[in-house]
Unconditional design. Sequence first.
Length: 391
Amino acid sequence: MTNEFLPFSKPTIDQATIDEVVSCLKSGWITTGPRVQKFASMLKEYLGAKHALPLLSGTAGLQLSLMSLNLKPEDEVIVPAFTFIASANTVVHAGAKPVFVDVDLATRNITAELIEPAITKKTRAIMPVHFAGLSVDLDPIYALAKKYNLRVIEDAAQAIGATYKNKKIGSFGDTQVFSFHPNKNMTTGEGGCVTTSDDELAHQVEILRFHGIDRTDAWNRFSKSGSQHYDVSVAGFKYNMMDIQAALGLHQLPKLDEFNQRRTQLACRYLEKLKNWPQFDLPEDPTHYAHVHIWHLFNPLLNLEQARMTRDIFLEKMKDKNIGIGFHYDAVHLFSYYQKTFGYEAGDFPNTENIASRIMSLPLFPTMTESIQDHVIDTMQTVFEEALMHA
Ligand SMILES: *Cc1c(COP(=O)(O)O)cnc(C)c1O
């Protein structure tokens, strides 16, 4: 084994991708233009979406989707307490109140049963998060949305290519937001996209992402065919994706299924090799609905007693042995801003707090070889054995 530090995640960038970025740079057009347009239509086709709108980031997508709902300060949006902070922050940015709910201990996902008691007269939307690339059980959540007249913004940042009941996330339902951050299953550097079946929401996101300029071909004003004038119908943002980013995406998307299959092979290998380890609780796939898990992350929970150390100490010990284990995530309701602003406290969401104190993300990326994976497993074994020896 080499002595190089092994990160928990690494993007796969081939020569064709690098060449495309270079062509883009040499073309004279590097911001939003023809490559973004092409990437948008490829996304639409791959996902089977009615609308697909590329953006600067997944976070921008969450914010603009929520802003398109015209939320008022007293309006509530239901968000899992166990998620990346952007899910909650963007509700605040959209001018509404995030209301947290707990997640299921085995799947780490939100469920309709956990959501329904949190619905009030002020609830306007639900934000299910497909954690680690495992689809949430969506049908019961869409049934709740129908019953209480709520919108659904799926945080699908980790779920591009995942399916629910044989349908791709993004091809059905209300609105979805994907991320192309370098750690995600495909990347555009930074980047994201909104998919939706709602024409009006798509139009709002389109306007909001580029200054509120009320025309879809604003970039055309730099070309021979465009006019120099435009109207501004709302004070918008600057969240457009660049052609340099889309150049990456044009070569990532065609390889996404291959990337996801390789992640799945490696995840299944982890599941098999770690299944009898008393130190870990492994992630469990739900059996009551068909789905394709894309294994954005592989996260066991540490059994603190069996491991004889805390999760953070385990991460430190692995880092000392040159292996990066990721950590996703702290409980959102316990960040000081959310405690201070909305009055949440420790004990509010037991499953989330339990998961957050024990979870870790083992190294997993498409170019990881079996021998590197075996090295990770052997090193974990060594760390546990050393702890036993010193006990
Ligand atoms: C990555 C991620 C985001 C944010 O996406 P960015 O593209 O980094 O802005 C939001 N929610 C979840 C669950 C994520 O994993």
